[in-house]
Design a protein around this ligand. Sequence first.
Ligand code: CO
Length: 463
Amino acid sequence: MAEKRVGIMDTTLRDGHQSLWATRMKTEDMFPVLEMLDQVGFAAIEMWGGATFDSCLRYLNEDPWNRLRLLRKMLPNTKLQMLLRGQNLVGYRHYADDVVTEFVKRTVDNGMDIIRVFDGLNDIRNMELPMRVAKEAGAHVQGTMVYSISPVHNLDSYVKFVKELLDVGIDSLCIKDMAGILTPYEAYNLVKRLKEFVDVPIQLHTHYTSGMASMTYLKAIEAGVDIIDCAQSPLALGTSQPATETLVAVLQGTPYDTGLDLKLLSDISEKLKEIKAKYPQAKNVSVYQVDANVLRYQIPGGMISNFISQLGDQLHLLPKVFEEVPRVREDLGYPPLVTPFSQIVGSQALMNVLAGERYKMVSNEVKNYLRGHYGRAPGPIDEEFRRRIIGDAEVITVRPADLLEPELEAARKEVALYMEKEEDVLSYALFQQVALNYLKERESRKYNIDFDLIEKTKGGYPV
Ligand code: CO
């Protein structure tokens, strides 16, 4: 057998702390390991996108664009990678095309090399624009196929979708298993099948939640997968990825050897252990337990902890909610339980159980979903059910973002007073009040002015 080096993408600085520390890792705590990480020879380092953008502004009082610039400087020898939620960018709704275009351009301008683009529904129409802009800006475009289990998700549907991705001209393909439900033998079959016609590298992303992930990687590697996503051991396992050190050791001396230096990796992990001690979130041991509910109901760990906090003193209803989730999912044509559909399906299931009657109360998100505003459902939706929920409301069949008016100019005006650079407009276009709070605070500090007080007293100081 010919030698085939397997590449590792390091997710420590994005999915690792997003999964285990609620995305709270500060940029300053990344600094002590950057120089070493840059020497490893990873296929890429994922360090931006997903929830990190929101978290910087909302919780860390940090500018996400500054994080990107700083890490670009500190990681000169390694490709930087990010996760982009298609037309949702790094937020939770569809943004207008002008925002999507500008965001992707600025991201590449600021040093991003590889952009992984996904859509929860595998609806190519929600991915085409960001992929095209990224490509034109000179980035490597990684098209993503979201993996899910349902009567409408099967090898044939995946093959069909991957062909759509290849038609757009992707540079590599990612299989994204956000819940950690891809079994080792399924992974083998899937990768083998895709390798028959995919002529770009295939990368596998999974989570350790159900305890299978390392085995899944091994079988996928045997089937020819090119790159796997791993995190340094202090930020691995549990709801995060398998540990880099483990996979490097497992593959050593085989035809799949990664060629990475275990000594250097363990030095990095020693440093990360010191940093970990500073984070109270890292003490939450429940995220490290094998979660059998993921296997039984395909409900990701994050959803379960949400249910528990929302049920409060009605916790005895939890098993009913678990059973309701797959039923709601079926009603909606089997959307994969990934952002934003994990939240949409989860909260509707909760409402159905708490009200004691299914769909007595219906969220606006479910109504919008049934009107086609999130894209095409993976499976069929019963028309009688649809009409019961949305009445005569129009169901759209066009690309959802076609109905959105440009948003950038209005955003520019609203944020003008606090603007330091063009990217601030994008932060505001994406996260409105959350971004505004950060930008105001930053300006207040700079000029020692309390902008909130000025706003409150607009039209004259009270006497
Ligand atoms: Co992930």
